[in-house]
Design a protein around this ligand. Sequence first.
Ligand code: ADP
Ligand code: ADP
Length: 221
Amino acid sequence: MAKQIVMLGPPGAGKGTQAKRLSEKLGIPHVSSGDIFRENLREQTELGKRAEVYVNRGELVPDDLTIAMIRERISRPDCDDGVLLDGFPRTAPQAEALDDMLEALDKGQVDAVPCIVLPDEVLIERLTGRRTCRAQGHIFHITFNPPKEAGICDFDGSELYQRQDDTVETVTNRIRVYLEQTQPLIDYYQQRGVLLEVDGDQSIDMVFDEIISVLVGVQGA
Ligand code: ADP
Ligand code: ADP
C-alpha cells in the first residue's frame, strides 16, 4: 500500500473526515496543515500569530511559513513509515518543496493522491454545517454526520464549535482560492500517474471504501 499519501480536493470535500479514518487503518500519521495552524492559533505561538490573519480571512498562509512547518512535522520519527498529508500541498511551490523534502529525508516520492471530487454547490452546505471538536479536531456535521449529543464530541466529550472560517463569506473565498491555487495540483499529480479520483458525493462510508479500493491498486508500487 502507498506510504506517502496526499489528500486533495476542495474545502469541504471530506479530506479530514477520510484522513482520520485512513490514518488508523493504514497506521501512518495524519498530518493536517489546517489542524496545526489552528493549534498554533489557540496557543498563540509565534507561528500562530503570523498565520492568524490569513486563516481568518480564508486566504493561504505564505508558502515559506507553511513549508517550514510541514518540513519540521514530517521530519519527526512517527513519519518514518509514511505520512498522510491533508491540506498540504496547496500551491505549486508547496508541491515542489514537498518533493524536495521527501527526497532529502530519503522517503521516496508521493505515491498516491486520492482526490475527492464534489460539485461546488454541495461544498458550502458541508462547510457551513461543519462542527469541529476543540480537543482533537474530530469532524461532525449538524445534518450529515451529527454527534450523538448536540455540541459534544462522540470521541472525547469535548465541546464542538463552528470554525471562524466556516461562515458563508469566508467559505466562498476559500473555494475561490482553491480553484486558483490548488486545483492546478491535480494536473501536477496526474502527469506523474499518482492521481486517484474519488467521488465525494456519496456517504462517508462509501467514500472511504472507494479510497481504500483505489489505494489497494497502488499496492507494491
Ligand atoms: P475537508 O477536510 O475536505 O475540508 P471535512 O472532512 O472537514 O472536509 O468535511 C466537511 C464537512 O462535511 C464536515 O462537516 C463533515 O462532517 C461533512 N462530510 C464529510 N464527508 C461527508 C460525506 N461523504 N457526506 C456528507 N457529509 C460529509
Ligand atoms: P479546509 O480543508 O476546510 O479548507 P483547512 O483546515 O485545511 O481547511 O485549512 C484552514 C486554513 O488554514 C486555510 O484556509 C488556510 O488559511 C490555512 N492553511 C491550511 N493549509 C494550508 C496550506 N497548505 N497553505 C497555506 N495555508 C494553509
